[in-house]
Design a protein around this ligand. Sequence first.
Ligand code: URA
Length: 260
Amino acid sequence: MKSGHSFHTIAVASLREYVAALQESGLDGIPVAMAGAVPAEAASPAQAAPKAGGAEAPTGELQRHDSLGQIRKELGECQRCKLAKTRKNLVFGVGNPQARLVFVGEGPGGDEDLKGEPFVGEAGQVLNRIITAMGLKREDVYICNVVKCRPPRNRDPEEDEITACSPFLLRQLRSIRPEAVVALGKFAAQTLLGTKEPISRLRGKFRDFHGIPLMPTYHPSFLLRKQGEGSMDSFWEVWDDMTQVLRLLKLPVPEKSRKR
Ligand code: URA
């Protein structure tokens, strides 16, 4: 999927609609970074810690709230946007409700739509390899998307769809309150950080997402495309990003030999 939107644009263009969606979803404050009030600056993990009286006001931080079950129940047979008309299954998210690490993708594709589970198709196989390479299991982490229903023909999610869906993503993150978030691809990174910076510039540095260190990296589908072109460079860039995440989580970094 291509990306053409930033949450900043969305927040400015449809703030009222967004606030209404937030209220409906039970979030009691506009997420500071997503509303674009805080520039998506590079932040070291240490800087990403909540700062009393700093740019991140307490309402902008993710405090544990509803359970994932409650949030899923509230979504119900969601009809909040036009994707409801064409989806087969809503794809909520999968994994450990107390995960230390959450991966956020863009939106479900065809396989995910059929199964109701994120990252189960080709891109999912790549993500599974990344997770395994990190010494983790899929059940250890939590995996979800910016939008929960498949955009027709895998097009980019549109502003109104993100506006309707993103409060639930925020609530999921707020419920899990992970120690780190990995944004998979430009769409997830730009949406969560409220920026239009290209993923090639965003990746590789921790950013602050409501007091949680967020690492933008390439989307597994991009890795598949690059692999098809015979290049493994992006894989190693992703691996470099994941080693930073492992270090942040104080987990062992498995040795990988680079055969280019
Ligand atoms: N791509 C995504 O971004 N998410 C999925 O769940 C599957 C493919």
